[in-house]
Design a protein around this ligand. Structure first.
Ligand SMILES: Nc1ncnc2c1ncn2[C@@H]1O[C@H](COP(=O)(O)OP(=O)(O)OP(=O)(O)O)[C@@H](O)[C@H]1O
Length: 611
């Protein structure tokens, strides 16, 4: 039974690959749309439930009147059939309608929207460019994706289960009371106006207070996490006391905000009960007065009083859910600020895959200033022949990483074009482009999975033999064999921990090298690929790298110029431009920047000459 309703909608169904709407209501609609014809059915069953609820009170009054009218002797004979029908409706029909309503609301609506909104947001974010992720915190992004699910689902639920239900119920109740006596209905409407007025006033203040409370909570979390994450620095600088003071000020602010919020909550209870007092006394009092004048029957008085009692109970609940609804709206709006952002690097429609070739790379008058007027790259022309090995050198900020990130199309060039084997990389699919480029960088964070999964990430169809051969070539096989994680998994099955924290920097680098070898792409980029290795391992890896790089086009960034000895050619960059280009010997002879850097190298490191 549950399964039928759970499977009505597939939250993972294909959806248009467009940027999510930035505005709240269009966004909600984009999510609700997938519910199709079930949505009106949900609204209809909620309507039936609400109408049924208001009719209950109407019937409570009617039965009292029937009883007083017919007396104990005549009641069953005159009204037995009707009473039986109502009893059956209460026993079977009402539970059935409420059951279907809740199956639709909980199993279908909530069950779908929660995961669907998270899944779609995640899918959209995965397609974002590198610069998008560099400009935001991974933690904040994932938080927003995760919070979007419950906020979207609960908003829709509250709307159908509470707001829509209450609106129908209150309209139904007003109609029932009008039927009893229009003056009573007028009192009910006057209460309703006051109630809505107060609700509007309160919601505005309480959502602001809740937002501040949540901000305060985030500030405390930020400070607490910062202390734990940098515990080494805290201990090293005897900073425990300073950390306490730093956190305490955030805790105190948080407490202040909690108090502000709770004041409003208490105020709400008092005002609400004053309003409800007015509702019960005015309607109950007037009903009794009319009864004493013979204008109302006992049954009608009973129905009117019972209705006000129910409204008394409901009004607090409606206020709270409305507040919750507005809080959710805040969460969704905030989430959409990060999530409803158009992709900045996109494949052209019908873009073909890059056709594998010998691996010639050509930069044609390429400029990229990160949307500013300077920095980055400035009019770079560079051709790297197939199979050529080029060392990229230059002081910090010269533009080396920018050149590489443009080649990988992590960003689109602002001017000029980049060609691989004569094909503009902006016109082919990003996936096929990156498929043809193997990269080992300085920061080789690994996925929180097993060693095997990390290696095969480069080439999912590789055999076990190929994987082990690559690991051997990267001098990684031996240490992998000795690995064991907390759950006792060993060797290639051992988990590496978040971002590979359970491995040393050198071990991570060797895994990254093995991954690059396994990928066997025609173009290889080494960005300080051996910086985390000790000299002995480095020498061994340099040798295996030589073999792995045979026949491939290579660009190697190095601060330690000694690691560039095997390169065919060295390109020197400074302030976004190529300033020298030639073999090691040529460049030394030119006595330019490279020669200066070479002479300045002490202990194998390049001094920072950017300033
Ligand atoms: N994301 C960015 N947004 C704005 N400017 C940037 C960004 N990344 C780099 N730059 C600027 O572009 C210039 C080149 O930086 P790049 O990182 O390419 O230099 P690099 O030669 O790789 O330096 P390093 O050797 O220190 O890694 C610098 O002036 C830098 O400030």
């Amino acid at each position: 039974m549950f399964r039928v309703f759970e499977r009505l909608i597939d939250p993972f169904q294909p959806f248009p690959a467009e940027t999510p709407p930035t505005k709240l209501m269009p966004y909600m609609w984009s999510q609700l749309r997938s519910l199709g014809g079930w949505l009106p059915l949900m609204a209809f069953t909620s309507l039936l439930v609400a109408l049924g609820e208001s009719l209950l009170f109407f019937y409570a009054g009617r039965i009292v009147d029937l009883m007083t009218g017919a007396g104990p002797d005549g009641f069953w004979s005159q009204h037995g059939g009707e009473t039986l029908l109502v009893a059956l409706a209460l026993l079977l029909l009402r539970p059935a309608v409420i059951g279907i309503n809740h199956l639709l609301l909980e199993q279908t609506l909530v069950g779908t929207l929660n995961v669907q909104s998270q899944w779609r947001a995640h899918k959209h974010l995965l397609g974002q460019s590198m610069s998008f992720f560099q400009n935001d915190f991974a933690g904040r992004l994932s938080n927003r994706v995760m919070q979007l699910g419950p906020a979207t689902e609960d908003s829709a639920y509250i709307f159908l289960e509470a707001i829509w239900f209450s609106a129908v119920y209150i309209i139904g109740a007003t109609l029932v009371v009008t039927q009893i006596n229009p003056w009573l209905a007028l009192l009910l409407v006057s209460w309703l106006v006051l109630y809505i007025f107060y609700m509007q006033f309160l919601v505005r203040r309480i959502t602001k207070a809740a937002e501040k409370w949540s901000d305060g909570r985030s500030a405390v979390t930020g400070r607490v996490v910062d202390a734990y994450a940098n515990i080494e620095a805290v201990k090293l600088f005897a900073g425990t006391k300073a950390e306490e003071t730093y956190a305490l000020s955030a805790f105190k602010r948080l407490q202040l905000r909690v108090h502000r919020f709770l004041r409003l909550a208490t105020e709400m209870q008092v005002v609400l009960n004053l309003l409800n007092g007015y509702l019960m006394v005015s309607i109950g009092g007037l009903a009794v007065l009319f009864w004493s004048k013979g204008l109302l029957s006992v049954g009608e008085v009973t129905a009117a009083i019972a209705l006000t009692m129910r409204l008394n109970g409901m009004s607090g609940w409606i206020l709270w859910v409305t507040i919750r609804l507005f809080e959710h709206f805040g969460v969704i709006r905030e989430g959409l600020r990060s999530i409803a952002v158009a992709h900045s690097v996109v494949d052209a429609p019908e873009a073909p895959a890059l056709v594998k070739g010998p691996g010639e790379i050509r930069f044609e008058d390429v400029s990229h200033h990160y949307g500013k007027r300077r920095g980055g790259l400035d009019h770079v022309d560079l051709t790297i022949r197939p199979g050529e090995k080029v060392g990229l050198v230059g002081p910090s900020g010269a533009g080396k990483s920018t050149l590489i990130s443009l080649l990988l199309r992590f960003r689109d060039v602002e001017q000029g074009r980049i060609l691989i084997d004569g094909q503009d990389i902006g016109a082919v699919t990003q996936e096929s482009l990156r498929h043809d480029i193997g990269v080992v960088s300085q920061d080789n964070s690994l996925l929180h999975r097993s060693i095997r999964a990390n290696l095969l990430y480069a080439r999912p169809d590789a055999t076990e033999e190929m994987m082990i051969a690559a690991a051997r070539q990267a001098e990684a096989h031996d240490f992998i064999q000795g690995l064991e994680d907390r759950e006792g998994r060993r060797g290639y099955n051992a988990q590496v921990g978040e971002r590979g924290v359970r491995l040393s920097g050198g071990q991570r680098q060797r895994i990254a090298i093995a991954r690059m070898i396994l990928k066997d792409a025609p173009i290889v980029i080494l960005d300080e690929a051996t910086s985390a290795l000790d000299s002995e391992v480095e020498a061994a890896i340099q040798r295996s790298l030589q073999t792995a790089m045979e026949g491939k086009t290579v660009i190697a960034i190095a601060h330690r110029l000694s690691t560039l000895a095997e390169m065919d050619r060295i390109v020197v960059m400074e302030r976004g431009r190529i300033v020298e280009d030639g073999s090691h010997a040529d460049l030394l002879r030119q006595e330019g920047l490279y020669a200066r850097l070479w002479t300045r190298q002490s202990g194998g490191f390049l001094a920072d000459t950017a300033e």
